[in-house]
Design a protein around this ligand. Structure first.
Ligand SMILES: [Zn+2]
Length: 158
């Protein structure tokens, strides 16, 4: 098992034969993307192909709409799936496709914890590692840019 710790969250990674499981614990109070209002624009700039991905959510809305108000781990799942697809295709696979699922139950588990399951096989460890690293970097810069926006000092007036 691998563990990632940042200022914003921790993630434990467990690889199984045909799936990879991530256990995410948000350490900051950011749990929904409506707390990050620039998410849509940010992804349009840095990962626009994410908007072509399919999302199977309860309200059956396209990811373009879902992204504006969803659980933070669901956003991370989509960022990871997109990087997995790109990484696999960069290695010669013509149309790669990965599936994912994010679950949470804060009546049983601590608030801010999520289980993310992605269809990455143990044999695709290298693809996963590259895609995961890129996803963490992008996700961190989204969370950091929000922090900066809130911390921006008032401009002095003369
Ligand atoms: Zn989705």
């Amino acid at each position: 098992m691998r563990r990632i710790t940042t200022d914003h969250f921790t993630i434990n990674i467990k690889h199984r034969e045909s799936t990879t499981h991530l256990f995410m614990h948000m350490l900051s109070p950011t749990l929904y993307t409506d707390q990050l209002p620039h998410t849509y624009k940010f992804l349009m700039t840095h990962l626009p192909c994410i908007y072509k991905s399919k999302c199977f959510n309860h309200s059956k809305v396209p990811f373009k709409k879902e992204v504006k108000d969803t659980e933070i781990a669901h956003l991370f799942e989509h960022i990871l799936l997109e990087h997995l697809r790109l990484e696999k295709e960069s290695r010669g696979c013509k149309s790669a496709c990965f599936s994912g699922e994010t679950r949470w139950d804060w009546s049983k588990n601590p608030c801010g914890t999520f289980h993310i399951k992605v269809g990455v096989k143990h044999a695709e460890l290298e693809v996963f590692s590259k895609a995961f690293e890129k996803s963490i970097n992008l996700f961190m810069s989204l969370l950091d840019s929000t922090k900066l926006m809130h911390q921006r000092p008032a401009v002095a007036q003369n």
